[in-house]
Design a protein around this ligand. Structure first.
Ligand code: DQA
Length: 169
């Protein structure tokens, strides 16, 4: 076959069935302070530790991890839209989202999740239901596929596994 013609993948090739699928893990405001921030509530693991845990779980499931944190609501909206586009293109399974304080205040985040048709598992390190009443309601929960609350930082790993299962394993 001349070099200039496109090569068609051999349907029996194992490479053909290997898809690169990304799991996004998006973190909201003040989560960059993990480790030093109220350790009695959030523990002593840093955000870099959380990223390592997520990377382990993603690798175990054959997923690529895209891990981010922002203190800006608009940046999180942009990332949710980007993750939704990746899912629509077949390049992503969805997002694990810890919206942090924006859980309790933001309409823009759930709007972005719905608008982008993004499968989301919401995660909270602490058990928000044991805490102040203003933390009992999350606008994100109504549009989330699932919610993981109160397991500490291993909640991120549980959320990745749950999202992977929900998306067909
Ligand atoms: C949090 C709980 C939120 O109420 C709080 O604003 C956070 C972290 C958690 O992971 O437990 O910043 O989302």
């Amino acid at each position: 076959m001349p070099d200039s013609l496109p090569q068609r993948a051999d349907p029996r090739s194992p490479v053909r069935s290997r898809r690169v699928t990304t799991v996004f893990v998006l973190n909201g405001p003040n989560l960059n302070l993990l480790g030093g921030r109220e350790p009695e509530v959030y523990g002593t693991a840093t955000l870099a530790d959380v990223e390592r845990l997520c990377r382990e779980t993603a690798a175990e499931l054959g997923l690529t991890l895209d891990f981010r944190q922002s203190n800006q609501e608009g940046e999180l909206v942009d990332w949710l839209q980007e993750a939704g586009a990746a899912v629509a293109a077949g390049a992503g399974i969805g997002a694990v989202l810890n919206p942090a304080a924006y859980s309790h205040t933001s309409i823009a985040l759930p709007d972005a999740i719905e608008g982008a048709r993004l499968p989301v598992v919401e995660v909270h390190i602490s058990n928000v239901h044991k805490r102040e009443p203003f933390r009992h309601h999350s606008y994100v929960s109504a549009v989330a596929a699932g919610v993981v609350v109160g397991f500490g930082v291993i909640g991120y790993q549980l959320a990745i596994r749950g999202l992977h299962q929900l998306r067909g394993g």
